[in-house]
Design a protein. Structure first.
Length: 94
């Protein structure tokens, strides 16, 4: 696989992981969840820059996968939150 493809896939997986972190930590506030997502994205950017330091430009590493990360995160977070709330009730999230 090409380095940019690997970065894209890592960001997609991290977006899904971020959604499950927000769900299991029981975050109900979008601002806090967005802060966690940004923190994880920025941390992944630092790590991926170190891994692909000589293979890809720094700006391409930062831009690659930003859309898939946030779309995957928000979609899965909303989907799993709705699923858990409808099956287990409100008491799970309070």
């Amino acid at each position: 696989m090409k380095p940019l493809d690997v970065i894209y896939m890592v960001r997609a997986i991290l977006g899904a992981l971020t959604a499950f972190i927000c769900l299991f930590v029981r975050i109900n506030d979008i601002i806090v969840a967005l802060a966690i997502a940004l923190l994880i994205y920025l941390l992944s950017d630092k790590v991926l820059r170190q891994i692909f330091i000589g293979k890809v430009e720094k700006s391409k590493i930062t831009r690659t996968g930003i859309g898939i990360f946030f779309v995957t995160w928000i979609f899965l977070w909303i989907l799993t939150y709705t699923f858990m709330k409808s099956f287990f009730g409100l008491s799970v999230f309070l």
